[in-house]
Write a protein that binds this ligand. Structure first.
Ligand code: FEO
Length: 450
């Protein structure tokens, strides 16, 4: 049975929701499901705007057949070739062999790659090309890397309506809702919208900014994304969020603490830091990165201005879940955050230096203070170091610059590190006959701490 909603007088939502798949793109948990939107325009010409993910194809084809009600399908516009939208294009062409596919030039190649089809009914369009359907006038705009290189968006100047592809989408099934003004979006949807943006498109901030610039020249009244609700009111709310996210600006001046703790020592230090920050009135969020999927932590890393990473040292490296998170943050090109570290290591703490190495290549990152170093657990009196870190973070959140002329010069660690196992000999001299107590290697395998 069909399940559709009307968007405008002659435009219909004919998509569907997948509530059974646990992961989107085999990577991101979707506990609230996922919507795959498709829209059908019933003008003098009929135009389908994108197909859907294979998970909901039965519902989609029933919807399409119902709304067409015996009319032929003239065009299908493919804004984005990723299979969560275009997986059913091949089946569509079998059912409607005369349909003309409209897409970008790059998408033509992808249609061959994904569907191995001929190109007789494909019309490649470029920036500024138009489609007249009768009452409606549609203009195409290129939006490369929002989220793939072939992406188009299109603008219907009759209804002042934008088909935005992945842009302005969100995780979550629609549950009967079609319009964002039918829900409390800020309370119930924004977190999933931010998680969708940061994980799927977050790497491409400059390209999103470029698209937003193009859109600023258009009179936008309705936005139809390929995921999540349609926007017809308060569009500035969403556009402002996108401007902020695309520019990598934090939404909250506060501290995200992400920690990886094996036996609890690192977690205790992270918790004490969080207490001190809260007492200072600083907004704090915490995630155990071994328990929380990195897509949520990445989203909060975009949200907060200050980030603290606390990790035990593991196999002479960063603990595995923290290393995975930091690679994820680095690959999404987050920038402009202020960062501090807590490290732990029972004999050779090294995670702070290694975590910093992963984040240093990112643009405009500022690293605060020396790390707090634990050896197995917080030593008596060491809570003062966490208090000092909390005060430094609070000052930074409030925009207070450190008084560098009064700050003591950072102490260079003295000692030698075993290149094989990471054991640190705390000493000014390395005896020539020294043997590593851990791996039994000679002094020649040691180097001075830098
Ligand atoms: Fe919703 Fe990039 O696909």
């Amino acid at each position: 049975m069909y399940c559709i909603r009307s968007v405008t007088g002659d435009l219909y939502w004919i998509g569907g929701n997948d509530r059974q798949s646990t992961l989107f793109e085999s990577a991101h948990p979707v506990p609230r499901g996922m919507s795959y939107n498709s829209y059908l325009l019933m003008d003098e010409k009929t135009v389908l705007f994108d197909t859907v993910d294979r998970s909901i194809q039965s519902q989609f084809f029933e919807n399409l057949e119902h709304v067409l009600d015996g009319r032929r399908l003239d065009y299908v516009v493919i804004h984005h070739m990723e299979p969560d939208h275009a997986a059913t294009l091949g089946d569509l062409m079998l059912r409607y062999p005369d349909v003309v596919i409209i897409c970008s030039k790059k998408a033509v190649d992808m249609i061959h790659q994904f569907h191995c089809t001929d190109s007789q009914n494909i019309r490649a369009v470029r920036e500024g090309d138009t489609l007249e359907t009768g009452r409606h006038h549609i203009t195409f705009y290129e939006a490369p890397m929002v989220h793939w290189p072939e992406v188009l968006v299109s603008y219907d100047s009759t209804d002042k309506l934008l088909f935005s592809a992945d842009a302005f989408g969100t995780f979550g099934a629609l549950n009967g809702v079609l319009f964002a003004d039918e829900v409390d979006f800020d309370r119930d949807w924004l977190d999933e919208c931010r998680r969708y943006y940061t994980n799927i498109v977050g790497k491409y901030g400059p390209q999103v900014t470029s698209l937003l610039k193009k859109l600023s020249a258009l009179d936008l009244q309705i936005i139809c994304s390929l995921h999540g609700p349609v926007w017809r009111k308060n569009l500035d709310y969403l556009l402002d969020k996108y401007r902020t996210w695309a520019a990598y600006q934090p939404e909250v001046q506060g501290v995200l603490i992400a920690f990886a703790s094996v036996y609890g020592g690192t977690e205790t230090a992270a918790s004490i830091l969080a207490c001190r920050l809260a007492e200072l009135g600083i907004p704090v969020e915490m995630h155990d990165v071994s328990m929380t999927h990195p897509s949520y932590v990445l989203s909060d890393a975009f949200k907060y201005s200050h980030l603290v990473f606390a990790s035990t040292t593991y196999n002479n490296g960063i603990f595995v879940t923290m290393e995975n998170l930091l690679h994820d943050i680095a690959s999404h090109a987050l920038r402009g955050r202020k960062v501090a570290f807590i490290q732990n290591g029972s004999w050779a703490p090294a995670s702070a230096k290694l975590m910093k190495q992963l984040l240093e290549p990112l643009k405009d990152m500022e690293f605060l203070d020396q790390p707090v170093t634990l050896k197995s657990s917080l030593a008596p009196g060491q809570e003062a170091e966490l208090e000092a870190m909390a005060r430094r973070l609070a000052d930074s959140v409030h925009g207070v610059q450190p008084q560098s002329e009064e700050a003591p010069a950072p102490q260079k660690p003295k000692g030698f590190i075993c290149k094989i196992c990471g054991y640190i000999l705390e000493s000014d001299v390395l005896p020539p006959d020294f043997v590593c107590p851990i791996c039994r290697r000679p002094a020649s395998d040691f180097e001075p701490l830098s």
